[in-house]
Design a binder for this molecule. Structure first.
Ligand SMILES: [Zn+2]
Length: 197
């Protein structure tokens, strides 16, 4: 029914998060019909993003410089470090605008079932960073899921006996909820009222 080029486009598009074959077909059709205004600018933007975007070596965020603008900003409080599971959580907290410290992105959560170990999440690197960079508060902004909380308790244990305040997001974050899906007001309140864990 379709040529190889169209088939491949549909296949790639349908593998994006939240999409499937049906939305892949719709999207492919949209791009091909509006080539000048959507497909060509998209190709250009993807190409530029692929060339320019890097993972920050300090926190795991994405930016166009090797160390991201949050890590290099002198306006941020370098003594407060917020640990999140995913970049989407960092972006959600930045949108809420309440947090002014720095971040560390784990890139996942501990999971016995999926075999995710502390080393896979750079937790030893994180602990060493906390010990050596004069941090006074660590905010463990992990999702209120079973694995998120397991990760929180594991990191808290690693930091035991250090002269640190260790806090977590306040209640109001629904159980099983992901930070990225919360409205900004809820997330702002959860950050403002963060509690010692
Ligand atoms: Zn960074």
């Amino acid at each position: 029914m379709f040529g190889q080029e169209i088939q491949q486009l549909i296949f790639l598009l349908s593998r994006f998060p939240g999409l499937g074959p049906r939305s892949g077909r719709r999207l492919a059709l949209h791009l091909l019909k509006k080539k000048e205004t959507t497909l060509l600018p998209l190709i250009h933007t993807l190409q530029r993003a692929a060339e320019a975007v890097k993972v920050c070596s300090e926190c795991g965020n994405l930016d166009t410089s090797p160390v991201c603008s949050i890590c290099t900003s002198t306006k941020r409080d370098s003594k407060v470090l917020c640990v999140v599971e995913e970049i989407s959580d960092l972006w959600a907290l930045e949108r809420s605008g309440e947090y002014h410290g720095r971040y560390f992105v784990l890139g996942g959560k501990l999971s016995a079932i999926s075999g995710v170990k502390p080393e896979d999440l750079k937790i030893p690197f994180l602990v060493n960073k906390i010990k050596t960079s004069g941090i006074t508060e660590v905010v463990l902004a992990l999702n209120p899921t079973l694995e998120g909380q397991t990760t929180l308790y594991y990191i808290r244990e690693c930091l035991e006996n250090l002269p640190l305040k260790i806090t977590g997001l306040a209640h109001g974050v629904p159980m099983g909820g992901e930070l990225d899906y919360l409205d900004d007001a809820t997330l702002t309140t959860a950050m403002m009222r963060r509690q010692v864990v």
